[in-house]
Design a protein around this ligand. Structure first.
Ligand code: FA5
Length: 346
């Protein structure tokens, strides 16, 4: 009995020393397995109880269990101490230098077309025009018929249309939004419609998809003078100078009378000359910038407005054309090419 207890005492002392000497988690675990594991030395003493006289077994068993508990507590305490020491070492080791400059993210910018569109809408918004919306895929009624362009009308050839199945088209202009607005609202009204339009057209100044802004004002007593005043003020604001503006008689099926508006050439200041003949206005001194007119009574008839009581004006402009003139851009395709050398200039 005495020798068994002594043996236990020796094992416990040896284990406590191993635990105290363990420098890291791995060596501590090796000590734990050696003494407390399933095949560890204390467990072996328990298994060997069969050879101990029966009256001594309870006392030795109890001592083994007490020793196991003390050793388990010592292992836990040593484990915490090792962790704490490692944490201290980490904290007092080389510091992270948070003053080092980071990796910069290149900064994007708003596309020149979006910016031009926003500027146009801001100016017209300042004149009291509210924004209206219409679909890009339009029915032929709204894109043509209600705008006084019947099926056999030669005006349908003026715009090379992309047809979609089921009597629908990719809208060729923003004018169908005029019809949609007048179908749902009564005068007085003053709206602009902006967005993409589509035509079978492709060269340095024409694109199959481009952007328009449409304006419409309807009320009692609206005259061509109002139209002239609004557009002249608009053009001078968007080009940021006192440009000469002229209204040239033209034809649109949905306006009567109709006009095209020209501005003095932004390149040669209306002289027609810039290193020889100005290549932007081709020597004329003028640049065509938008179409406009007084709403045709036939259009009012389609939406049920009384054309004896109401009059209105409408206009439609190309956003790309304005951006090209404002920033002297020679090829419309640059807008859609994603060439950073071009885009970075804005
Ligand atoms: C129209 O589209 C008429 N709906 C405008 C209008 C509205 C007139 C209301 C009267 C009353 P036009 O086809 O001319 O008109 O086009 C208007 C502008 O769009 C042109 O002045 C031009 O700047 C631009 N444009 C026309 N086709 C293209 C194209 N393929 N690519 C880029 N811009 C274009």
């Amino acid at each position: 009995m005495e020798s068994a207890l002594q043996q236990l005492e020796d094992i416990e002392q040896e284990a406590l020393k191993g635990i105290a000497d363990a420098e890291d988690a791995e060596s501590l675990d090796r000590v734990r397995v050696e003494f407390l594991g399933k095949k560890g030395r204390l467990t072996r003493v328990l298994r060997g109880l069969a050879a101990v006289p029966a009256q001594d077994r309870p006392q030795i068993g109890q001592r083994v269990n007490e020793a196991k508990e003390r050793l388990a507590r010592a292992v836990d305490a040593r484990k915490s101490a090792i962790r704490e020491r490692e944490r201290e070492a980490r904290l007092s080791g080389p510091q992270l230098d948070i003053s080092l400059p980071g990796f910069g993210q290149p900064c994007g910018a708003i596309h020149v077309l979006s910016r031009t569109m926003a500027e146009i809408c801001d100016i017209l918004g300042g004149f009291g025009f509210c924004i209206a919306e219409g679909p890009d895929i339009e029915d032929e009624y709204h894109n043509f018929e209600a705008l006084n362009i019947p099926e056999d009308h030669p005006a349908r050839d003026m715009q090379d249309t992309f047809f979609v199945h089921g009597g629908r088209v990719l809208r060729t202009h923003t004018s169908p939004v005029q019809i949609r607005v007048m179908e749902s609202l009564q005068p007085p009204l003053q709206i602009i419609a902006r967005g993409s339009v589509y035509r079978h057209d492709d060269d340095v100044t024409h694109s199959p998809m481009f952007h328009q802004v449409e304006g419409l004002m309807v009320d009692e007593g609206v005259t061509f003078s109002h139209l002239k005043g609004v557009l002249t003020a608009f053009l001078q604001r968007i080009f940021e100078r006192e440009l000469p503006v002229r209204f040239r008689p033209s034809y649109f099926p949905f306006t009567e009378p109709s006009a095209e508006v020209d501005i003095g050439c932004v390149m040669c200041d209306g002289s027609g000359k810039a290193d020889g003949v100005c290549r932007i206005c081709k020597g004329s001194g003028w640049l065509e910038i938008l179409g406009c007119g007084m709403v045709d009574p036939a259009v009012f008839a389609h939406v049920g407005y009384d054309s004896e009581k109401y009059t209105g004006f409408a206009f439609g402009l190309g956003v790309e054309r304005i951006a090209m003139l404002k920033h002297r851009i020679g090829d419309i395709r640059l807008f859609y090419g994603s060439d950073l050398r071009f885009l970075k200039q804005f």
